[in-house]
Design a protein around this ligand. Structure first.
Ligand code: GDP
Ligand code: MG
Length: 163
């Protein structure tokens, strides 16, 4: 059985960019507009000998009403529920946000492995890019650049280690 890996995070952190790199497809819609990817997207990939199924999630409902603004969308919760492992993406350039903290609180309650990936960190010193995200208490932040590919293979090797 191929393990399923869900990509989770607030809008615009680079989930679809990472999905595209992991699946080498253009299935996922990449856009500057937050919240544009509303559907889940599935794709297949492989690291070395290990195949996986990856799920790109929209993460949040579009900002329509205050009540759901900070709630994780149902689809995301479902994707996370079905996944064997979760990659939680944050943005190393914009830094830690309140939304990141809320998502982290939800993910810490899961009984499956969560990997914290600090994206958009090309050209940044790893220790500096990751430093403030230790606060999320999700282990050592893994510093990557989905756009440039830095650290992506290392991330997936760790994610798939147990499978
Ligand atoms: P999503 O909303 O989480 O799916 O984010 P997207 O994949 O649509 O990316 C949002 C924006 O961040 C786009 O403009 C991407 O080009 C940009 N982006 C994604 N990954 C990186 C990265 O590694 N470095 C930089 N500098 N920008 C990135
Ligand atoms: Mg997206």
């Amino acid at each position: 059985m191929k393990p399923t890996v869900a990509l989770v995070g607030r809008p615009n952190v680079g989930k679809s960019t990472l999905f595209n790199r992991l699946t080498r497809s253009r299935d996922a819609l990449v856009a500057d507009q937050p919240g544009l990817t509303r559907d889940r997207h599935y794709g297949h990939g492989r690291v070395g000998e290990k195949p996986y199924l990856v799920v790109d999630t929209g993460g949040f409902e579009p900002v329509v009403d205050e009540g759901i603004l900070f709630e994780m969308a149902k689809q995301t919760l479902q994707a996370v529920d079905e996944a064997d492992a979760v990659v939680f993406l944050v943005d190393g350039r914009s830094g830690l946000t309140p939304q990141d903290k809320i998502i982290a609180n939800r993910l810490r309650q899961l009984d499956r492995p969560v990997f914290l990936a600090v994206n958009k960190a090309e050209g940044m010193k790893h220790a500096i890019a990751g430093a403030e995200f230790h606060e999320l208490a999700l282990g050592e932040p893994l510093v990557i650049s989905a756009a440039h590919g830095d650290g992506v293979r290392e991330l997936m090797e760790l994610v798939l280690e147990g499978f």
